[in-house]
Ligand binder design. Structure first.
Ligand code: SF4
Length: 327
């Protein structure tokens, strides 16, 4: 990795962020903002692809997600936080890209297929089917080189790379092919899938200590372990996955204790719950600081958006010139 990397990350703003986001992406962003120029996108347009009939969910959550960013200490002096819909150049570039992206390439995108199935779509909305094109425009508009993503997003990065390559071949090499940086995946409390708001298996970053305590009661342990001294299997236990994520240094001890039956599930759960409390406490404090200062948040978003608008304008000047439509 060279020092010239430019990082782009972001979130669909359909709800507050949770521990899955923290482990899978926010931790990476905290590290990356110290090394590289970082852009963070509040993806309100992309949220509309599934919430076009509930726009209030999006406007209500815009500041919630910004608050989540600031409360985990993403630093607006190091990370440019901006609002997608306020960069109209992204929509324009999406249109130009869509001229040479085939419908079949989108239909065969494995993430689109899975999401469409999960949502029970028998037909796909044009905006939903095309959101990988819009994501490619998000990346290309700010010439991002490095995109921290979950594993399920890898097909979108591959698609974006193909789109940029095709554009550069067709017109002129003005856009940059991004690379994926894959983050860790955190399973949900139910142990069956990744942590997600829509699956109802998440612990949110603003959860109170009581809520965390309550939610952790639901976390799955090895069901074969009936008595305290029965040997257990940490590899099928959600609590163990949380030890790996939040207490990595103590993992081997927990693993041994579980396999030998020398640690009980209640004590094991309590230890990782305490680690989660410890992680969330300063996040809650920081959140409350910013909650009382809405003007500061507005200023951060306005500043980040203004900065990105300048970059987007400059990229589109190059794009139009490359395409010969710079009248
Ligand atoms: Fe899971 Fe811990 Fe119980 Fe083992 S001891 S099954 S790791 S909760």
């Amino acid at each position: 990795m060279s020092i010239q990397e430019r990082v782009l990350t972001g979130d669909r703003i359909t709800g507050k962020l949770h521990l899955g986001h923290y482990v899978g992406s926010l931790q990476n962003r905290l590290r990356l903002q110290e090394q590289y120029e970082t852009f963070i996108l509040l993806a309100d347009v992309q949220a509309l692809t599934t919430h076009f009939d509930k726009p209030k969910v999006i406007s209500d959550n815009l500041r919630n997600v910004a608050l989540d960013y600031l409360s985990v200490e993403l630093d607006p002096n190091k990370s440019t936080i901006y609002i997608q819909s306020m960069i109209p150049e992204i929509a324009e570039l999406t249109v130009y890209f869509s001229m040479f992206v085939t419908v079949n390439s989108l239909r065969h995108n494995p993430t689109i297929k899975t999401e469409a199935m999960e949502r029970g779509y028998t037909d796909m909305y044009y905006g939903f089917l095309g959101y990988p094109v819009s994501q490619a425009a998000d990346m290309a508009i700010c010439k991002a080189t490095l995109i921290p993503v979950g594993e399920d997003q890898i097909p979108h990065i591959e698609h974006a790379r193909k789109i940029v390559r095709r554009f550069n071949d067709l017109y002129a090499p003005v856009l940059v092919e991004p690379k994926a940086l894959v983050g860790q995946r955190l399973e949900g409390l139910d142990g069956n899938s990744k942590m997600s708001k829509s699956m109802g298996n998440a612990i949110f970053l603003d959860s109170s200590p009581e809520e965390v305590q309550q939610q952790m009661k639901r976390a799955k342990t090895d069901p074969g372990r009936v008595h305290k001294h029965d040997p257990g299997n940490p590899d099928i236990c959600t609590i163990y996955a949380y030890h790996e994520a939040f207490r990595p240094d103590e993992c081997s001890e927990i693993r041994e204790g579980c396999k030998r039956g020398t640690i009980g599930c209640a004590a094991c759960k309590q230890q990782v719950t305490a680690a989660i409390h410890e992680l969330l406490e300063p996040i809650r404090e920081k959140r409350s600081y910013y909650e009382q200062r809405p003007d500061v948040i507005n200023e951060i978003l306005a500043e980040g958006t203004k900065r990105t608008q300048k970059i987007a304008k400059s990229t589109m000047d190059e794009v139009r010139e490359a395409m010969g439509i710079n009248y």
